[in-house]
Design a protein around this ligand. Structure first.
Ligand code: GLC
Length: 437
């Protein structure tokens, strides 16, 4: 089997993860790019370092919220583009331990999420706007781009930055036990691939954590027939769900995970109240799974260490839906049937899950399933549904193709997503079913 599929098998079974963007930028509360957008110097940003004291930080409550949300893995920003480290790196003083927080925030975090049985992922930014050896003047996103005082690059040594970056990755993958996901961000322009000494980095990572799964943002082309060794194990679209699944240039499926914010920002943004609804999130998760992908859903805790209440509400509502319908998500993937007009399908073996988003009028029509449904149940409560052609549908029950299921009531039992579990006759009889790659 393709080693990429072996490595990502568990992750792709898990389907739903929590992304956490947290750091000094929670204090200005204008998103995690505030330094670049407002061209804030290290000196100006230092004020946030000197006051960072998330006194309400309780990673156990975060972990419990993720568990209740049905999230099977978590990815946290150990260091974002601003260079501030939530972990106790011995390679820098620019870390939470040296702020009024006075603690290794990642140590407590890992312990709390492991306690809930949630797999651990570390986001680590390749970009570092604090480090003196990272390119600034000619860089197109650095906060000090074009600043006269940064024009003279005498003494700058990018290789020294790479030694630092590789060293921090080694610390993260050595000091915190088994890490399941390494989530790099991001390559751009000529800052990609071997410019990061990516092959050396990947070899070190795989020697420290042989089972770890790595995203594709170190560079290279994960869609190539022969991807570079550093091209990663999964593709990472952000703020979009790909129109179809992700396949490489040979047409082979590529593991993928869409990362999405709950409002419009990754990092805490006090003025951004444009939150998605639980329905939007449930349907985004279903869409990802229906296309063989995962959803990594983001929260941005505030400077006190609290996840915004709006985010907690959405996580809780999605978790309640998953508590009753999770069988249609976890371990499921693309179905052989085309997308129906009333919603989406997910499938696992001979279980086909009909995610009905649009009630329509009359019975639900299942193109191509005539005579193939062994039993139908409303997944949420296990109640039996009859597979029959009611009188008003008789003239439409085309031969050998469609099946009808009547749903009682005027509207859908669950307006987020009503799931019908269809057990199909087993694949031995050549019927629809069996694992789909
Ligand atoms: C973009 C943003 C970065 C964020 C990432 C999440 O790369 O620049 O701030 O962490 O998306 O995918």
């Amino acid at each position: 089997m393709n080693p990429r599929f072996e490595r990502t098998a568990t992750l792709m079974e898990d389907r739903f993860g929590l992304f956490i963007h947290w750091g000094l930028y929670a204090i200005p509360a204008r998103g995690e790019w505030v330094r670049s957008q407002e061209r804030i110097s290290n000196e100006q940003y230092q004020t946030y370092f000197e006051e960072f004291n998330p006194s309400l930080y309780d990673p156990r409550s975060w972990a419990k919220a993720a568990k209740a949300a049905g999230q099977k893995y978590v990815v946290i920003t150990t260091k974002h583009h601003d260079g501030f480290c939530l972990f106790d790196s011995k390679l820098t003083d620019y870390k939470a331990v040296n702020t009024p927080a006075d603690r290794d925030l990642i140590r407590e975090f890992v312990d709390a999420f492991r306690e809930e049985g949630i797999a651990i992922g570390f986001y680590y930014s390749l970009i570092d706007w604090y480090h003196a050896d990272y390119p600034a003047y000619n860089d197109r996103i650095h906060p000090m781009r074009g600043a006269e005082s940064f024009k003279d690059t005498t003494g700058k040594d990018f290789n020294r930055y790479l030694d630092y970056m590789h060293g921090q990755v080694k610390e993260l993958l050595t000091n915190y036990g088994k890490i399941d996901i390494m989530w790099f961000d991001f390559s751009y322009d000529d800052m990609t691939g071997e410019v990061w000494r990516a092959t050396e980095l990947i070899e070190m990572i795989r020697s420290l954590q042989p089972d770890i799964v790595i995203d594709n943002r170190l560079g290279g082309n994960i869609m190539a027939a022969e991807p570079e060794v550093y091209a990663g194990d999964f593709y990472s679209p952000e703020q979009i769900i790909p129109p179809r699944g992700i396949v490489n240039e040979l047409g082979e499926p590529v593991p993928w995970e869409a990362c999405i914010t709950l409002n419009g920002n990754w990092g805490y943004h006090a003025a951004d109240s444009a939150y998605k609804s639980p329905r939007q999130v449930v349907r985004a998760l279903v869409e990802c799974v229906s296309k063989n992908g995962n959803l990594l859903l983001n929260v941005g805790p505030d400077a006190r260490g609290d996840i915004p209440k709006e985010s907690l509400y959405i996580l809780s509502a999605v978790g309640e839906w998953l508590r009753r319908n999770g069988e249609s998500i976890y371990g499921c993937g693309i179905a052989e049937l085309d997308k129906p007009e009333w919603g989406r399908y997910t499938q696992k073996g001979n279980k086909l899950y009909a995610h009905v988003f649009d009630r329509g009028i009359g019975p639900i029509y299942f193109q191509g399933l005539k005579g193939r449904i062994k039993r139908a149940r409303l997944l949420a409560d296990g109640s039996e549904l009859k597979v029959e052609t009611p009188w008003m549908a008789e003239q439409y029950s085309d031969t050998g193709s469609g099946a009808f299921i009547h749903l009682a009531g005027g509207d859908l039992p669950d307006e987020l997503d009503t799931v019908i579990e269809l057990e199909l006759y087993s694949s031995e009889t050549g019927e629809l079913g069996g694992e789909k790659a």
